[in-house]
Design a protein around this ligand. Structure first.
Ligand SMILES: [Zn+2]
Ligand SMILES: [Zn+2]
Length: 257
């Protein structure tokens, strides 16, 4: 199993997860918050064509996650999985093949199993994902405002974790954002700060954890160095051991087992 990001941040998010079963690979695209042209360029950089995607999963209706996902689904006939609430809130009614996902109900894409789970975020019905090939698991968590026992349960035992490190609490407090925006971002249904992301990592770290990715960083209210430092401290690793997903490039393929 391996995974990469095509870009991550408030201007757009897309993650590809791939599992191999002999010669056949199955791939899911998690979110697609870019224009079609931008997305195809980014996908090509990862060495893939849209035809090689077996499913799209949209976590919630915010523009940095939906982007061209419905167009991509229609144009290439790729099933689009999302919650009923997300689909309704995104205002899209004519995708070729929409399938509804629910908290805790596994979705099998060949050898890849996706397990959606509910998170606290200011969207209609947001779902994040645990992905597994049966042997190893990747826990994906972006766009969540606070820690719940439910999300910790789904990240438990994963060999790779991709966790939102949206902002540094101090930088957000000192930012020029209006008070209402600061309150939303830092609130329980907003975005994870470095410290809360580090708490999640501390609770989820185990001897088999191989990759930790800091994702969805704010370009205004965070720096890669601050996110790395917080996550490295929680993992008992060095800052260089933490992968940071960038808005322009995401990160290159990381392999699990
Ligand atoms: Zn987002
Ligand atoms: Zn969001």
């Amino acid at each position: 199993m391996r995974f990469c990001s095509l870009g991550s941040g408030s201007s757009g998010n897309a993650t590809v997860v791939e599992a191999r079963d002999g010669p056949r690979a199955h791939r899911v695209l998690i979110d697609c918050g870019f224009s079609m042209r931008d997305f195809e360029t980014r996908l090509a950089r990862a060495g893939l064509l849209p035809e090689q995607l077996d499913a799209i999963f949209v976590t919630h209706e915010h523009g940095d996650h939906v982007g061209c996902a419905p167009v991509l689904s229609r144009r290439y006939g790729i099933p689009l999985w999302t919650s009923r609430g997300t689909w309704r809130a995104s205002g899209e009614s004519e995708a070729a093949d929409v399938r509804f996902a629910r908290d805790g109900e596994p979705i099998d894409i060949g050898s890849l199993r996706l397990i959606p789970y509910t998170v606290p975020h200011d969207a209609a019905e947001p779902l994040q994902l645990r992905c597994t090939d049966g042997a190893r698991s990747l826990g994906v968590l972006t766009d969540a405002g606070s820690i719940t026992p439910h999300l910790l349960e789904h990240l438990h035992g994963c060999e790779a974790l991709l966790i939102e490190c949206n902002h540094d609490a101090g930088m957000l407090a000192r930012s020029r954002y209006p008070a209402s925006v600061r309150a939303r971002i830092g609130g329980p249904h907003g975005h994870l700060c470095n410290e809360t992301a580090a708490q999640i990592l501390r609770a989820s770290a185990h001897a088999g954890l191989r990759h930790v990715v800091a994702a969805h960083l704010s370009e205004q209210n965070n720096t890669p160095a601050l996110a790395r430092e917080a996550m490295a401290g929680a993992w008992g690793a060095t800052p260089d051991d933490i992968v940071v997903a960038s808005p322009a490039r995401g990160f290159d393929w990381l392999t699990l087992g």
